[in-house]
Design a protein around this ligand. Structure first.
Ligand SMILES: Nc1ncnc2c1ncn2[C@@H]1O[C@H](COP(=O)(O)OP(=O)(O)O)[C@@H](O)[C@H]1O
Ligand SMILES: [Mg+2]
Length: 281
């Protein structure tokens, strides 16, 4: 068995990558998949905080990459979802401690043990982000419905298609998914945020989901739970909905903004108009 590598990336920081890695990964694990979350954001190290396991980290990804610990010593199993594991990162190591060979070896080992390896990337195109992208089979590009975030996401999509191992080896391209996060219907109505149809018009990746702006994210991270754990919250439903879309099931659009926005998107006769304008600007 070879596990699938999913990289969660974005152009800009603070858009919701770590929240998404934890929530989307947990949503896959809740469906019985064996999932390992890997924190590539060396220096920030917050995947373990979001999941409330920071006190359990003794060895991390960097120790395994540099051969100072075995993978089995560094993997932390989630106490609530027993098919979910985390490989945390370090706040103290140098960012370039992630070597190509070391990362390739760890990802290879993880692919033998897990159905899905989810790489939580740092923002942008720095070394750690490139490392996280390199092994991707799928890329989830996280983007807020704002022009600056979309512009940066567009740039990252270019890197996904040219800098991955798949591109290097001339294999099928990395499958690109777009996840719109922190979506706020009210702010779209008053023109502060772009409607989903416009975002999708500009970025050509397939739409995986729309995650609403919600206090439930803060509550979940304060209690160390992935935001998809509680299916009773709007974000919980939205992340589980994204997982269903990932598996090719076309779920009932559960969240209200999702339903309304997808209807607009599907009723558009001509796509790409905004993209042409955007590219020229
Ligand atoms: N859907 C959401 N609603 C409200 N707050 C969110 C949402 N998604 C993320 N956040 C908050 O935004 C901040 C940045 O999220 P994070 O996942 O750490 O982003 P990144 O990993 O891209 O830097 C965090 O404080 C997080 O709690
Ligand atoms: Mg992060």
């Amino acid at each position: 068995m070879t596990g699938t590598v999913i990289t969660v990336t974005s152009g800009k920081g603070g858009v919701g990558k770590t929240t998404t890695s934890a929530a989307f990964g947990a949503a896959l694990a809740l469906r019985g998949k064996r999932v390992c979350l890997v924190d590539f954001d060396v220096g920030l190290r917050n995947l373990d905080l979001v999941l409330g396991i920071e006190k359990r980290v003794v060895f991390d990804f960097l120790h395994v990459v540099s051969g100072k610990a075995k993978l089995s010593q560094a993997l932390i199993r989630d106490k609530r979802i027993d098919t979910l594991y985390v490989l945390a990162t370090s706040q103290t190591h140098e960012k370039d401690a992630l070597t190509y060979e070391g990362v390739a070896s760890v990802i290879g080992q993880l692919q033998k043990e897990f159905d899905y390896v989810i790489c939580d990337s740092p923002a942008g195109i720095e070394h750690g982000a490139m490392m996280a992208l390199y092994h991707a089979d799928h890329a989830i590009v996280v983007c807020n419905p704002e022009i600056s975030s979309i512009r940066d996401a567009d740039r990252i999509l270019g890197f996904v298609s040219s800098k991955s191992k798949r591109a290097e080896e001339g294999r099928d391209p990395v499958r690109e998914h777009l996840l719109i996060t922190r979506y706020d219907d009210e702010r779209v109505r008053c023109g502060e945020m772009l409607p989903v149809a416009d975002v999708c018009d500009i970025l050509s990746a397939e739409l995986l989901g729309i995650i609403p702006e919600s206090r439930a994210v803060l509550n979940a991270s304060n209690t160390g739970l992935p935001a998809s754990f509680d299916a009773g919250t709007d974000v919980g439903r939205a992340y589980r909905d994204a997982a269903s879309r990932f598996f090719g099931e076309v779920p009932q659009p559960i969240t209200v903004p999702m339903a309304a926005q997808v209807a607009v998107l599907e009723s558009r006769p001509q796509r790409g108009f905004l993209r042409r304008l955007f590219r020229r600007s």
